[in-house]
Write a protein that binds this ligand. Structure first.
Ligand code: SF4
Length: 729
């Protein structure tokens, strides 16, 4: 007898009556999952599924991808361009021509009065690559401001900076396939199951086939840490100490790959001298990992035939994020773990097209990893676009995190925000609010008109979303994949490419530079600019047809390449993009400049993701199940600390920092140590009211994860009422 199963009915999944599946790519995280969108008889989009033939996700999707088709008609979408009435009290609908004319004129007026750089542009990591390239043309080639950046400064800038310093160029050298070849994986500040669930699934599948040590470095017992063989709960901000100490062990025990070091690197003697100060006996007191464990981990890593490191925001969002990346590169260079199967330094990127903006948006330079500082690069791009090279600045302007302070001082008077929401994403949002209020002119371009930052805008451009347009993404492993245009733009929203092209027509150089209407034509320009043996970023052999046929192609993929496979790894020949061709070993000294817990503010404040949400919930906050499973902010707190303060599970508290305060629901868990609290960063008016965000000196990326707070009691009834009000479902 089958106990309890007598009357059980089998689960029936209702047929969505899909008539046709259309190929596209997920528009959330950088994993780069290939998706098929299902349309029914009435040509309505009814579902999504993972593409079984795509190497990245092999038919799988996480909750965000599975529900992504609900974006198209989700609440809050912008339907018409909006403009403030003459008293700036409320928005009124306007035509696209008027919205664009007013904006172009405001940009020109501000630039005429206060100088070219007084108008700034901040974009995102979520446009399509052809849109990034076009925005770069518009900003660098037509508008001419040097204060132009992407919100990738909040997530990937340290990885970019660290790669450039170590290898002479940006570009993650490894790939997901490395999981299948590695003999040891060390994850620094990366909680894959919640951040990049399908990359995690690739890792888990590799581990099931062939066991290898998984070492997780994270102050919190994250989901990934729970699966680790060794978890190193490092003191926040001390990863440099841990790595230096590991290198101390490796070099002093002669475990380094001296042949690789001699042939392919420079600066070894400096590293060797520096790490003598990081004996594990001493380092353990700073980084919080005991001496024996440091030695053990160092030996496992160095003795593995191939070892790899991955990292995410635990490294990048730090006052020494760029140094942290350079130091991970140091570890891999001295152990000969670059450019070989299973041996790599793989930054797991954040947004779906953070790589695309790095490659082609011209935010930090000129297209195709070219530099404003390089005369030949300026000349090449100016000639290709047909403008005077002196129109370009000769060095990079302000990054996003420096643009807001420049608004405070009056240096910047106008701002164009494209698909980014600083009122939720930037640290110390109280300060950002004041900066927004000070602007003479703000234009917000976003899919959603209810995005928080739009409260401060003078003009709003409604943009189309995801498969309402066409173009490419580049994922974490340099794989270029295509988002097909599956349905027309919602209401009177427009593709970002169209908006940039229309704006270009309103500037003098916009009549000189070619601004093609079709994304594929912009892609052809990018191909031409990428061509050349010396370039790692070479996409000249690609076409949309080939990309779809291959379900994504990794660069470099040079003109004339046979077959549909790009190169899986960079630097396989040990030749780097530096002048000498050798990688730089960069001594990284630890300095402690973070805000620290103290008597008044005794807890570290840490932040991160939950699997259901993406960034500031602009999109996922509108999607039924994403929002239902994770509707409100909460705070993880250690039960021992809670007992000391008399705080109960699922009660509300007020958190206070030197910047501001926030009311949150307590979740007691041993995931966090006694002196730390953790809050997901997705929610408006929450963790970033408290965060400090000191900046990395190289990348200008903020240290979101290292500041201090105190916990105060709060009226439970009032707090509960507030929390119910801010639920959006
Ligand atoms: Fe999309 Fe990332 Fe989820 Fe894949 S893992 S479905 S790319 S959000």
């Amino acid at each position: 007898m089958l106990f309890g199963r007598k009357n059980r009915k089998s689960i029936v999944i209702p047929s969505k009556k899909v008539k046709e599946w259309k190929y596209t790519t997920c528009n959330y995280c950088s994993t780069g999952c290939a998706i098929e969108i299902g349309l029914n008889e009435e040509n309505r989009i009814v579902t999504t599924r993972g593409h079984a033939g795509a190497d990245v996700n092999r038919g799988k999707l996480c909750i965000k991808g599975l529900l992504e088709h609900e974006l198209f008609e989700s609440p809050g979408r912008g339907t018409e361009p909006l403009i403030r009435n003459k008293h700036y009290e409320k928005f009124e609908k306007t035509s696209w021509d008027n919205a664009l004319d007013v904006t172009a004129q405001k940009i020109k007026d501000i630039q005429a009065k206060y100088g070219k750089d007084s108008f700034a542009v901040v974009s995102t990591g979520q446009l399509l690559t052809e849109e990034f390239y076009t925005l770069g043309k518009l900003v660098r080639g037509c508008i001419g401001t040097n204060n132009y950046d992407g919100n990738t400064t909040l997530c990937m800038a340290s990885a970019v900076s660290g790669y450039k310093r170590s290898f002479g160029s940006d570009g993650p050298p490894g790939c997901y396939e490395d999981f299948e070849h590695t003999h040891c994986l060390m994850a620094f500040g990366s909680n894959l199951p919640e951040q990049h669930p399908i990359i995690y699934w690739r890792l888990k599948e590799a581990l099931e086939k062939r066991k290898f040590p998984l070492i997780v470095v994270d102050p919190r017992v994250t989901m990934l840490a729970q699966f680790a063989d060794i978890h190193l709960p490092v003191t926040p901000g001390t990863d440099c100490v841990l790595i230096n100490s590991m290198m101390h062990v490796i070099i002093n025990e002669g475990l380094q790959d001296q042949a690789y070091i001699d042939a392919h690197t420079q600066g070894f003697e400096e590293i060797k001298a520096l790490v003598q100060d990081y004996d594990p006996k001493v380092a353990q007191h700073t980084c919080g990992i005991d001496e024996d464990t440091i030695r053990n981990v160092a030996r496992i890593y160095a003795k593995a035939p191939a070892a790899m490191s991955i990292w995410t925001m635990g490294i990048n969002q730090s006052t020494h994020g760029s140094d942290g990346v350079a130091n991970i590169n140091n570890l891999n260079l001295i152990t000969g773990n670059i450019g070989k199967p299973g041996g790599t330094s793989l930054s797991i990127t954040g947004q779906c097209n953070a790589m695309g903006t790095r490659e082609w948006s011209s935010c930090s330079g000129l297209p195709g990893y070219r530099y404003l500082e390089n005369d030949a690069d300026r000349e090449e791009i100016a000639n290709y676009w047909g403008i005077d090279k002196d129109f370009f600045p000769t060095k990079r302007g302000l990054s996003q995190t420096d643009i807001f302070p420049a608004i405070e001082t009056g240096e910047i008077r106008g701002l164009w925000l494209v698909a980014t929401n600083p009122m939720t994403s930037m640290p110390n949002t109280g300060r950002i609010r004041k900066a927004m209020e000070k602007l003479d002119f703000l234009v917000v371009q976003d899919v959603y008109e209810d995005v928080e930052t739009n409260q401060y805008s003078h003009v709003y451009f409604p943009a189309s979303v995801w498969a309402e347009k066409e173009g490419c993404h580049t994922n974490t492993e340099r794989r270029v994949n295509l988002t097909s245009n599956v349905l027309p733009p919602f209401a009177n929203s427009k593709p970002d490419l169209w908006i940039f092209n229309q704006m270009a027509k309103r500037f003098d150089n916009g009549k000189v530079i070619n601004f093609p209407d079709k994304a594929e034509e912009a892609f052809e320009e990018m191909k031409q600019l990428s061509k050349g043996k010396a370039r790692t970023l070479d996409i000249s052999g690609m076409s949309y047809a080939k990309i779809i046929a291959a379900r994504g192609i990794q660069w470099p993929y040079r003109e004339g390449t046979e077959g549909l496979k790009g190169e899986s790894r960079l630097y396989t020949d040990g030749h780097f993009q530096t002048k000498s061709g050798k990688a730089n070993l960069i001594p990284v000294k630890f300095y402690n400049n973070n805000e620290q817990p103290c008597n008044d503010y005794p807890f570290w404040l840490n932040s991160g993701r939950v699997v259901e949400h993406f960034h500031t919930r602009t999109r996922t906050g509108k999607i039924g199940n994403c929002n239902k499973f994770s509707p409100t902010p909460y705070m993880e707190m250690n039960p021992d600390a809670a007992i000391e303060l008399g705080i109960g599970h699922q009660t509300y508290v007020r958190l206070a920092s030197r910047r501001g305060d926030a009311v949150v629901l307590v979740q007691l868990t041993h995931r966090v140590p006694r002196n730390m609290v953790f809050i997901p960063f997705h929610f408006h008016d929450c963790v970033n009211r408290l965060s400090l965000g000191l900046l990395d000196p190289y990348s200008r990326q903020p240290a979101f994860k290292q500041c201090s707070v105190r916990i105060e009691p709060v009226d439970q009834t009032e707090a509960a009422r507030l929390n119910v009000e801010r639920r959006t479902y």
